[in-house]
Design a protein around this ligand. Structure first.
Ligand code: TPP
Length: 576
């Protein structure tokens, strides 16, 4: 059965078939035919205030659900504004389909009004991209775009559609087949390698699980938990992997890396078997690569063969879907358990003793003060309110690291964070996407005073759609993370990092038509946050924290991760 439809209507039919329920976007001349059809289509369109934020919101939706997030922009400046969000999704392997309008086919290359080479510009920013100039190809391409975005290692796919395609008429036939001969995803994992991995795990004296964002992408949290429990191994989750293993699980150590805990980093350094699951050995985790996990054999499981051996050679590589691989691995571990488990129990007990010793020696504990709000205190209170369940979206900077250190995530997809690209201005629009996906869940957007100002117009979106996001600004009056580096590595020459002229948040909130409050003292912090959470609508809170607090532990750039600086240098008494 087929019937005659406009390209714009075919596009929306295709989106509905892919299960799309919301599009984050911003209209323009070339996409007018699409917006005309959106007008009375059941798919919701959320009008954000900047295209970059449309991409972040779509990614926030995808990160919170695992479904493909969809964003839309017009040709030229609309499309180029999307690019940061596309790179962000690419770096964090987030499934996003971006739809952009393009000038009419016959005008391409003529410097037409609002023409940009979106296809060329986004080629390195996307997992794949398409330019649709023939309406007959539209349905096939949209189906393939969703397939590519959501399978294998997920990522952003862009579909650039000319205005004549959107306006044209064609018979629409729903598409079910995929014709991508060059795109093959290996999901199963090699049975022999998996069996060998199980053996190596039982043979290890000091096994250590290093779990990343791939666990979340694959929905492999239950399998990860089973592995960690069967093996009774200590486990760390990377910044992207937080929530992959419940934050309250006794085997969960915390996050490793530049601002990871002492225990997490020492464990990496001392382990004899590193079980790397859906990770990419990011430089912020490994520190100086040559000194990373120097005593360990590495088992590396990843869906993307290009990741294996990229930064660290794997002694046992397994290419496959980490959920499937862990499922088989767990069965193998159980089979070998009666024969193998007791063999190295002494070594493993000693390993746990060492790990618990590190935890007792240098626990990751928040800092409190009676006089001023410590940033860690803010995260501690948010953690108490959240109880492992709220969705927390963050911006980039010191607050992001303190949030990662002190807020526990018991469920996957509740920690929404721009890990790879580190895009300031991400927190608020990503929270919008997450809140759209989970209207009944508490969603915090924790922002720096710098990052918040990059996304501030999205307060209008919150009010527009009455999204009850709790925007908490950790206001230290500085571009805090940059100030920290200038203080530590540039002789405290604080160059262009002080943020003066910050808006009065109570007036700002009122101007947008939402509630807002400034919090100055530690005494009022807990009740103010509770008030924000209890408020049925959106809430904007400016928390004035101590200005010169720095994030510790810290692995200085270029150092090995066991060379952490644990605390600020103590003032040295001047001899008289
Ligand atoms: C778009 C963008 N521009 C610049 C940076 C570099 N950068 C990283 S952290 C940071 C400071 C962030 O300051 P703020 O938002 O106030 O957060 P804080 O560190 O104080 O928590 C900057 C400028 C970035 N990550 N993203």
């Amino acid at each position: 059965m087929s019937n005659l439809m406009s390209g714009a209507r075919i596009l929306l039919e295709c989106l509905a078939r892919e299960g799309v329920d919301v599009i984050f976007g911003y209209p323009g001349g070339v996409t007018l035919p699409l917006y005309d059809v959106i007008y009375d289509n059941p798919i919701r369109h959320v009008l954000v205030r900047h295209e970059e934020n449309a991409a972040f919101s779509a990614a926030g939706y995808a990160r919170a659900t695992g479904k493909v997030g969809v964003c839309c922009a017009t040709s030229g400046p609309g499309a180029t504004n999307l690019t940061t969000g596309l790179v962000d999704a690419m770096m964090d392997s987030i499934p996003v389909v971006a739809l952009t309008g393009q000038v009419t086919s016959k005008l391409i290359g003529s410097d037409a009004f609002q023409e940009a080479d979106t296809f060329g510009i986004t080629r390195p920013c996307t997992k794949h991209n398409f330019l649709v100039k023939d309406i007959k190809e539209l349905a096939q391409i949209v189906h393939e775009a969703f397939h590519i975005a959501s399978t294998g290692r997920p990522g952003p796919v862009l579909v650039d559609i000319t205005k004549d395609v959107l306006q044209g008429q064609a018979h629409y036939t729903p598409i079910n087949e995929i014709h991508l001969p060059g795109y093959k995803v290996v999901t199963d994992g090699h049975a022999g390698q998996i069996r060998r991995a199980a053996q190596m795990m039982w043979e290890a004296q000091r096994p250590y699980v290093y779990a990343g964002g791939g666990i979340l992408a694959a929905g492999a949290s239950p399998e990860l938990k089973e592995l960690v429990e069967t093996l009774d191994a200590p486990a760390v989750c990377t910044l992207m992997g937080l929530g992959g293993l419940p934050g309250s699980h006794p085997n969960f150590i915390s996050m490793p890396g530049m601002h990871g805990s002492y225990t997490a980093n020492m464990g990496m350094y001392e382990c004899d078997l590193l079980i790397a699951l859906g990770v990419r050995f990011d430089d912020r985790v490994t520190g100086r690569l040559a000194a990373f996990a120097p005593h360990a054999k590495v088992i590396h499981v990843d869906i993307d063969p290009a990741e294996i051996g990229k930064n660290r050679t794997a002694d046992l590589p397994i290419v496959g879907d980490v959920k499937k691989v862990l499922g088989k691995l767990n069965r193998n571990l159980k089979e070998l358990e009666p024969e193998m488990a007791s063999k190295n129990s002494e070594g493993r007990n000693a390993w746990w003793k060492q790990v618990r010793g590190w935890q007792a020696e240098h626990p990751l504990e928040p800092v409190f003060s009676a006089d001023e709000i410590k940033p860690q205190h803010l995260m501690y209170e948010i953690n108490k309110l959240s109880d492992g369940k709220a969705i927390v979206s963050v911006d980039v900077g010191q607050h992001q690291m303190w949030a990662a250190q002190f807020i526990k995530f018991d469920n996957p997809r509740t920690w929404i964070c721009s890990g790879g690209l580190g895009s300031m201005g991400f927190g608020l629009p990503a929270a919008i996407g997450a809140q759209m996906a989970h209207p009944d869940q508490t969603v915090f957007a924790i922002c720096g005073d710098g990052g918040f100002q990059m996304a501030l117009p999205e307060l209008a979106t919150l009010v527009n759609y009455q999204l009850p996001v709790k925007v908490i600004i950790m206001n230290n009056g500085y571009l805090g993370m940059v100030r920290q580096w200038q203080e530590l590595f540039y002789n405290n020459r604080l160059s262009s990092v002080e943020l003066s002229a910050f808006p009065n948040v109570e007036l700002l909130a009122a101007a947008y038509g939402m509630k807002g409050r400034i919090v100055h003292t530690p005494m009022e912090l807990a009740s103010a946050l509770k008030e924000a959470v209890d408020e049925p609508g959106p809430y904007l809170m400016d928390v004035r924290v101590s200005q010169f607090e720095n994030v510790y532990p810290m692995v200085p750039a270029g150092a090995a991760i066991n060379e952490m600086v644990l605390a600020p240098p103590q003032p040295v008494a001047v001899p008289r």
